[in-house]
Every structure is written in C-alpha cells, then in structure tokens.
Design a protein around this ligand. Structure first.
Ligand code: ZN
Length: 89
C-alpha cells in the first residue's frame, strides 16, 4: 500500500501502520510529537499555577517539609482550622 510520508511528503510503500518513509523520518516524527506533548504539559501547568490555591502536590510537599505524612498534614490543618473557629466564638 502506497502512503505519503507525513514528514517529508514522499510517497512510500507502507508496511502495516507505518506513517513515514524512513527511520530518519520516524525519528523526526517522534521528536515533533514529544515537543508538542511537552508544550501542552507546560501550558496545563501554567493554567494550574494561575489558580493560586494549594494543589495536592503542594500539600504533599508541605507535609514532607514538616516530616509528616500527607494524612497527618491534613489532620493538622483541620485541627488548626477548628482552633480558629473556637477562637472566633
Ligand atoms: Zn519521509
């Protein structure tokens, strides 16, 4: 089956699901894809960090800094909140 290489646009005899005419073009395709993937990931990260509220990752990091587990960190946070509630009363 003759297909057009999606990298160099040359027609080639495709075996199976091949999209490129040569190993060099396959390499180029992979490079392109991984670059796009990295860019998308970066944009997602930016969007997330713009929100400003603490993420699960941050909570885990804070917990680690204090040398406790995530569960303990959350329990501590909860206790602090409860203290503040009672203070306000
Ligand atoms: Zn090619």
């Amino acid at each position: 089956m003759i297909k057009k290489c999606i990298i160099c646009q040359k027609p080639f005899e495709a075996k199976g699901k091949a999209k490129c005419c040569s190993p060099a073009c396959v390499k180029e395709l992979r490079r392109k894809y991984s670059r796009e993937y990295a860019r998308k990931n970066y944009e997602v990260k930016l969007k997330k960090s713009k929100k400003g509220d603490s993420t699960l990752d941050e909570d885990i990091r804070h917990a680690r800094e204090q040398g406790i587990t995530y569960g303990e960190y959350k329990a501590k946070q909860y206790l602090e909140e409860m203290k503040n509630v009672h203070k306000g009363m």
